[in-house]
Design a protein around this ligand. Structure first.
Ligand SMILES: C[S@@+](CC[C@H](N)C(=O)[O-])C[C@H]1O[C@@H](n2cnc3c(N)ncnc32)[C@H](O)[C@@H]1O
Length: 646
């Protein structure tokens, strides 16, 4: 009978690797039995399954130890650039040092992990053939392979254990130097893996731009990705002592994976259109380092599904990104004392209508005079300001650098801090008063006239990079939510210097009618929540006749909001100012409320804005609180001081 051509081909493929048909035969027979004669599974990836099974078989039989295949990722002679195959003429049994001491890198074969160094590898593990289950299809088979991620170190702080992977790691030769291990090179022509070192910066950040950095033995933490032409992929994370502090222990790999899944798979991939592998690997590095720096990490889901890391010794709490990937920047939260409950709210990057608010967004409502359809590119670089600058007196509010123009900012600040009588308008029927007493409303107490910014929008001819589109492009600054020391609860600070006039964030929340807010407040008045989060959108209230209920709006960030909900109040000299911004609605019943810096703000300063509240007004939607803003101009302090004097 003519031999089965598939068998012949398999033998030929193995022969090319220096393995004889005699040796392959029993392995192939066993594979055919396990895979129900599914040749595709055996043939895919250039007979990878067969090769793996062969080596497993050899090892299980405990034949010649010298034939063990080992793969060296940390060799001193790490290939500096692209992939090579191991030279056929390489000496058998050549001993390679796995770790360059000066590089501080460790092989997974190291029995002892020196303090401050760690290495774990995520390796596509051994073939499914080693498992009992029989995959039915090729995709099931590869899925099975991918899903199984072996942990090199079984428990944090323990020395990594040897384990079988689809490449065996030769046992230590009993070298007396902890950092050095010997690996026996294969006698066979097993292709050497291509290693491509990818540097990380000192935050443990994966740096794609430096992925061509050939210096694989640099002492900075890095990720090494190795692959061979046969498709084997090995990802090795290295953290050096500069990154790992004394309390660093290898985090449990399952924990890192779970953390990654919660953080990235649920947020980045589903919500972030900018999701990329670089981001994911960045996250992996960060997560690994972060979790490693904690003696013990646990995950608990608050109502907002945020992954919280707690350090049990210092009881500090840390959330890597409260936005869950919904902003362009991550916004971490930290509570150094771990004394407070975590904020319970749902992060939303854009306002959302709760129920009855009438927010009429339609292109038809934007007149041709209300947009710049003839513009293109960047409106700020046109010789004459376009129609969108009309709202701000024929001049754009922004500079080409993207900050607010000095004069515009100055005017906004002075209207807020030194309001003149002419800066107030009075409603015929004030929605605020009406919600308090529908049948016998009191007289309107007045609403401050506000200067608006008007940004270009969808009907305009310019593009998204137009300098007159700042707020709509979202948060760009590095911010952090932290627990204040003055008893104000959570606060927001900047992690970088911010020039005067910089856009920081919007105040985002549910869009409620004033009546809805009032009812919400009545219902929640018995709750113990000491903080309140509403903002009235009353910039235009006095200028029209009588507003309908669904036109008198506010934003409530109590249950749904963005980072703006954490900005605390400061009397008079706050470093942020809230400015109304018209984007998609030409009427000013609804608008965006954007925060800009009032001066240069240094990194780590708390960001504050003046809520404009009257501490004597107990009916104000923002519940009165004892102000600890620390400002020399604190209205609450003055008020108390006066009442004591009296
Ligand atoms: C919009 S929230 C600000 C974030 C809030 N601190 C938190 O922990 O969620 C407003 C609440 O913060 C508190 N707050 C803000 N500024 C304050 C200040 N200067 N002094 C004391 N409490 C303040 C008040 O309880 C107020 O109702």
């Amino acid at each position: 009978m003519a031999p089965n051509p598939r068998v012949v081909q398999a033998f030929n493929a193995m022969k090319a690797l220096g393995i004889s048909a005699e040796e392959v035969k029993p392995v192939l027979a066993e594979l055919l039995r396990v895979y129900d004669k599914n040749w595709e599974l055996i043939e895919e990836d250039n007979y990878r399954t067969l090769v793996d099974a062969y080596f497993d078989f050899k090892e299980d039989k405990g034949t010649d130890a010298k034939k063990k295949v080992s793969v060296n990722f940390h060799a001193r002679e790490r290939p500096k650039q692209k992939l090579h195959l191991i030279d056929d003429d390489d000496d058998d049994n050549q001993v390679l040092s796995t770790t360059n001491k000066s590089s501080q890198k460790l092989s997974i074969a190291d029995r002892k992990t020196p303090p401050g160094n760690s290495s774990q590898e995520i390796i596509e593990p051994s073939q499914a053939s080693k498992q009992d289950s029989k995959p039915r299809t090729s995709s099931e088979a590869s899925h099975a392979r991918l899903m199984k991620v072996e942990r090199v170190s079984s428990s944090p702080c323990n020395a990594p254990k040897y384990r079988k992977t689809y490449y065996d790691i030769a046992p230590s030769s009993g070298h007396s130097v902890d950092y050095e291990k010997e690996l026996v090179k294969p006698r066979t022509k097993k292709p050497k893996l291509q290693t491509q070192p990818i540097s990380t910066n000192h935050d443990g950040l994966f740096d794609a731009s430096s992925s061509c950095n050939n210096n694989a033995t640099t002492s900075t933490g890095n990720i090494t990705i190795a692959s061979s032409p046969r498709g084997e992929v090995k990802l090795s994370l290295n953290c050096n002592s500069a990154l790992a502090q004394p309390d660093f222990c290898n985090p449990n790999l399952d924990t890192v994976m779970k953390f990654m899944e919660e953080k990235y798979l649920s947020s980045c991939m589903t919500q972030d259109p900018q999701f990329s592998m670089v981001k994911l690997l960045n996250g992996l590095c960060r997560s690994y380092l972060m979790l490693g720096h904690k003696k013990r990490s646990n995950f608990r889901s608050s109502s907002s599904n945020l992954a919280v890391t707690q350090d049990e010794r210092s009881s500090s709490q840390f959330i890597n990104d409260i936005t869950r990937g919904s902003e362009k920047v991550k916004i971490p939260l930290i509570d150094e004392n771990g004394s407070e409950d975590l904020p319970k709210f749902n992060y939303i990057p854009q306002n959302i209508i709760y129920q009855s608010a009438n927010v009429n967004i339609s292109l038809a409502r934007i007149s041709d005079e209300g947009c710049c359809s003839d513009c293109s590119g960047n409106c700020l670089s046109a010789s004459l300001p376009c129609a969108c600058a009309r709202e701000t007196g024929g001049e754009f509010a922004y500079t080409p650098e993207g900050v607010l123009k000095e004069e515009f900012l100055k005017a906004c600040i002075s209207m807020k801090n030194e309001p003149q009588d002419r800066h107030f308008v009075y409603c015929q029927e004030c929605p605020l008063e009406k919600s308090k007493n529908e049948f016998m409303p009191e007289q309107c107490k007045g609403h401050m006239v506000r200067k608006f910014i008007k940004e270009c929008w969808r009907k305009c001819g310019c593009d998204m990079r137009c300098g007159n589109r700042v707020v709509q492009r979202g948060i760009r600054c590095k911010l952090q939510v932290y627990m204040t020391r003055e008893g104000k609860g959570w606060g927001l600070r900047t992690l970088e210097d911010l020039p005067k006039g910089t856009f920081v964030c919007e105040y985002i929340g549910e869009i409620l009618t004033n009546t809805e807010l009032y009812e919400r407040n009545v219902h929640s008045s018995c709750s113990n929540d000491r903080h309140t989060y509403p903002v009235t959108l009353d910039a235009d209230w006095g200028s029209e006749g009588v507003l309908k209920d669904e036109e008198a709006l506010c934003l409530d960030a109590t249950y749904n909001g963005n980072v703006g909900r954490f900005i605390n109040h400061r009397c008079f000299d706050a470093n942020l100012i809230d400015i109304p911004v018209e984007v998609e609605t030409p009427d000013h019943h609804y608008y965006h409320l954007a925060f800009f810096t009032t001066r240069d703000v240094r990194a780590n300063e708390e960001l504050t804005w003046d809520y404009g509240i009257d501490f004597d007004d107990h009916d104000h939607p923002i519940k009165a609180f004892q102000c600890s803003c620390g400002s020399a101009f604190c209205g609450d302090k003055k008020r108390k001081g006066n009442s004591i004097d009296r």
